[in-house]
Design a protein around this ligand. Structure first.
Ligand SMILES: Cc1cc2nc3c(=O)[nH]c(=O)nc-3n(C[C@H](O)[C@H](O)[C@H](O)COP(=O)(O)OP(=O)(O)OC[C@H]3O[C@@H](n4cnc5c(N)ncnc54)[C@H](O)[C@@H]3O)c2cc1C
Ligand SMILES: NC(=O)c1ccc[n+]([C@@H]2O[C@H](COP(=O)([O-])OP(=O)(O)OC[C@H]3O[C@@H](n4cnc5c(N)ncnc54)[C@H](OP(=O)(O)O)[C@@H]3O)[C@@H](O)[C@H]2O)c1
Length: 443
């Protein structure tokens, strides 16, 4: 019997399990599937951990989420086609839920069947090699400190790429008397109340962590961008300046001449695609981009079609794109989709990569990833979902952010699955200090 290893039980790994379950429920004979998850529970980044550094077994903590993290895009853009928010919560809920609410939704979909039984928890894959057409997967049972090996026909890598921080060094860091940390280790903005905070970076982590610090009472927040400023209308106490030059004692000195006393430097400088558990010739090598090279349809490893990667793209679309990828991967594995010859694969990858390299603004990027996801969607039996509405929702969301970065999370969108319109949340985001599921769902 064909054996499939799935590495990681975050949203992508769970999409893969769900895709197989969907086929099985339709009476199809599915391969034997084993999912390896190094944490003690499922949900990936959404499974919040207070820990930073390493866990009780000495294994690095993959988690990068923090308290008070709310969805940064409308939930209507990430909704599962086969499991709507209305179905899970029983009635429409607001468009920007906090982490615990989204976690509850992700887990709700997979908790119904027997999928959990297919996952080996506390199990870290440490090596994967390809030998005569088979994959030998070596893994550590962390709790019993045992190293074991199994053979598989296919490997699906769904280990995420926002867990291993990229940490640059700036002059003066060695003698800086305050705290220097990466966003990966950020857990709670309360810690920075009354502090002067420097945030480096100009993407989603920089934006959200800077806003969190401001919301929870930081004395000042100075964001240092490197290439392009985010350019939002920042609230009082926040500003965005050009590129950190160096630190001199407690002072942060920026290249535009700005000087700011600093208690903490938070590096929101992104993450590495890091696959220490794959042999060299199986490793995807890429930065955070919308179309990493060497992946046919963004999924199939060009040099070995029995190795598949999910969710390796930079992400506007998330959960339903992961689903479309997983449904496609399933059909490749089950031989329902035949791959073209090597030249056609190469041409297709090059076509997408060269389109991606010409993208200039968020609207074009949204269009690009929507077209990519739509193409995948049409190739499998992933249920109906309105990607045109999702495209529209994303573009409106981008414009709401430009209008007011403090209030974009108070807007409502309509569902691409059920059509229902989200109610307005009882408390505007800028005043909502409690992010628990109980408070959020309280009408
Ligand atoms: C701070 C932050 C906030 C975010 N907020 C949003 C948001 O609001 N909305 C949104 O749609 N997306 C958000 N994202 C994007 C996020 O990437 C996706 O939502 C989603 O978590 C990606 O799923 P994944 O399965 O690819 O990866 P992950 O969620 O990272 O899951 C990967 C899993 O693989 C496991 N794993 C890793 N290595 C091994 C190994 N060697 N052996 C076994 N298991 C392993 C990990 O333990 C983990 O459980 C956010 C990301 C970050 C970093
Ligand atoms: N739900 C939420 O509110 C929330 C919050 C945080 C993050 N997220 C998610 O988390 C994921 C990761 O986002 P991310 O912002 O961590 O990573 P990212 O999108 O990959 O951005 C990395 C940033 O680091 C900057 N950078 C890299 N090296 C630098 C250097 N040496 N000096 C200064 N800046 C440097 C880059 O700037 P250049 O452009 O100059 O290269 C870029 O702005 C995204 O999917 C995002 O949606 C969501």
């Amino acid at each position: 019997m064909t054996r499939v290893a799935i590495i990681g039980a975050g949203p992508c790994g769970l999409s893969m399990l769900r895709a197989f379950e969907h086929a099985e429920n339709k009476g199809e004979k599915i391969p034997e599937v084993v999912c390896f998850e190094k944490q003690e529970d499922w949900g990936g980044l959404w499974n919040y951990s207070w820990r930073t550094g390493s866990d009780q077994y000495g294994d690095p903590i993959p988690n990068s989420m923090y308290r008070y993290l709310w969805s940064n895009g409308p939930k209507e853009c990430l909704e599962f086609a086969d499991y709507s928010f209305d179905e899970h919560f029983g009635n429409p809920i607001p468009s920007f839920p906090p982490r615990e609410v989204l976690y509850n939704y992700i887990i709700g979909r997979v908790s119904k069947g027997n999928l959990k039984k297919k996952i080996k928890f506390n199990t870290r894959v440490i090596n994967t090699i390809n030998n005569n057409g088979k994959f030998e997967v070596t893994y550590q049972d962390k709790a019993n400190d045992k190293i074991l090996k199994e053979e598989f026909d296919y490997v699906v890598v769904s280990t995420g790429h926002f867990s291993v921080p990229f940490i640059p060094e700036y002059e003066g860091m060695k003698s800086f008397p305050g705290r220097i940390m990466h966003s990966h280790d950020f857990r709670d903005a309360e810690e920075f109340r009354d502090k002067n905070v420097i945030v480096l970076g100009s993407s989603y982590s920089a934006e959200d962590i800077a806003l969190q610090c401001n919301k929870y009472g930081a004395k000042s927040v100075t964001i240092g961008y490197r290439h392009n400023p985010m350019g939002f209308k920042w609230p009082d106490g926040m500003r965005e300046v050009f590129y950190l030059d160096k630190l001199e004692g407690k002072k942060a000195i920026f290249k535009d001449g700005t000087k700011q006393d600093a208690d903490v430097i938070i590096l929101c400088t992104g993450y590495l695609h890091h696959f220490p558990f794959l042999e060299e010739n199986l490793k995807l090598k890429t930065g955070n981009r919308l179309y990493p090279p060497k992946l046919y349809k963004g999924v199939v490893w060009q040099d070995n079609h029995k190795l598949l990667y999910l969710g390796m793209q930079d992400q506007f679309h998330t959960f339903n794109m992961f689903d479309c990828q997983a449904w496609y991967a399933r059909d490749v594995i089950m031989n329902k989709i035949k791959l073209p010859n090597a030249d056609k694969i190469n041409d297709d990858i090059n076509k997408w990569v060269s389109m991606e390299e010409k993208l200039e603004n968020p609207d074009q990027m949204i269009d690009f990833q929507t077209e990519y996801t739509k193409e995948l969607h049409e190739m499998s039996d992933y249920p109906k979902i309105d990607f045109e509405l999702i495209r529209k929702n994303f573009k409106e969301w981008e414009h709401h952010k430009v209008e007011n970065i403090l209030t974009y999370r108070n807007k409502s969108f309509s569902s691409p699955v059920t059509g229902s319109v989200a109610p307005t949340h009882h408390t505007p985001w800028e005043k909502a200090m409690d992010d628990t599921l109980k408070t959020f769902l309280n009408k």
